[in-house]
Design a protein around this ligand. Structure first.
Ligand SMILES: [Zn+2]
Length: 271
């Protein structure tokens, strides 16, 4: 079997018209070993109250995936986030997840249709545009879940995300993204809440060994606790990621996603 595969591989290499670029190993630009994005979900108040100042101090730009019903709590702050150059991504209007989570029982993906989830995506985009004047290019699946309905009637809403956004980011994923293979509509998201700096650094270094793209996902920012990215660890991580010695590309989800799309010769469908 492997002999046949090898023969096929050789044949493909010799075949005229097969793009040589496909066979090239992937390299990040400017000698970087890996790419890293920092993202924070839900438009929680601490992201503004604690996060913005910390990020400004370290001159780091992140992606905030906002649940638009929360924007009003810190609207002026979110405008400042945009002015500071952070990316605003879409995280729906009402954050539907499986009804197995008590908070989502009355807004459960099991009870959704594709039309209803499409309205969540488009409604959130419209709200972000109206309140903050920017058009999101990236999306984060609430709870990392990508379906609507039940059983035989389950549908994936990944295609709706692919149609509208450059990147759709997951959550609680166990691997960083392989830049030469990953589907941008289902990019993997690595949690970094409740971790110390050394644990964060280990995740980055594991990814760097394989030249991957880590998209960190956090929620609150402050003192370490449940779904809180530790502010001290985050500050150290920012320093680490920005130190040229470490050869890491720190970019927003949109920036890295755009680079990958360009490498693949795509990005021309107007998203
Ligand atoms: Zn969320």
């Amino acid at each position: 079997m492997s002999g046949v595969m090898n023969l096929a591989a050789v044949f493909l290499l010799l075949l005229p018209g097969v793009p040589a670029a496909r066979a090239q190993p992937f390299h990040w630009p400017r000698g970087h070993r890996a790419a890293v994005s920092l993202s924070f979900d839900d438009a929680r108040a601490s992201q503004i109250d604690i996060g913005l100042g910390l990020l400004r101090e370290h001159a780091v730009k992140v992606t905030f995936f906002v649940e638009t019903q929360n924007l009003g709590q810190r609207l002026e702050g979110w405008k400042r986030a945009v002015a500071d150059g952070h990316e605003i991504g879409n995280h729906t209007m009402t954050h539907p997840c499986t009804g197995n989570y008590a908070f989502s029982r009355h807004n459960a993906l099991e009870d959704y249709t594709l039309e209803k989830i499409a309205a969540e995506l488009d409604g959130a985009n419209a709200e972000i545009q109206r309140l903050l004047g920017v058009k999101p290019r990236t999306f984060a699946y609430p709870c990392g879940q990508k379906f609507v309905g039940r059983g035989l009637h389950v549908r994936s809403y990944v295609p709706l995300v692919a149609e509208r956004f450059l990147v759709g980011r997951g959550y609680l994923d166990e691997s960083a993204n392989d830049p030469s293979f990953c589907d941008l509509a289902q990019a993997m998201g690595t949690p970094f809440d409740d971790l110390g700096f050394e644990q964060m650094k280990r995740l980055v270094e594991e990814a760097a060994r394989d030249g991957r793209w880590v998209i960190f996902v956090g929620h609150d920012i402050g003192q370490r606790g449940y779904q809180v990215t530790d502010a001290t660890a985050l500050a150290k991580l920012c320093d680490y990621l920005k130190d040229p010695v470490n050869r890491l590309w720190l970019g927003t989800v949109g920036e890295i996603g755009e680079y990958l799309e360009r490498q693949r010769g795509g990005a021309s469908d107007g998203r």
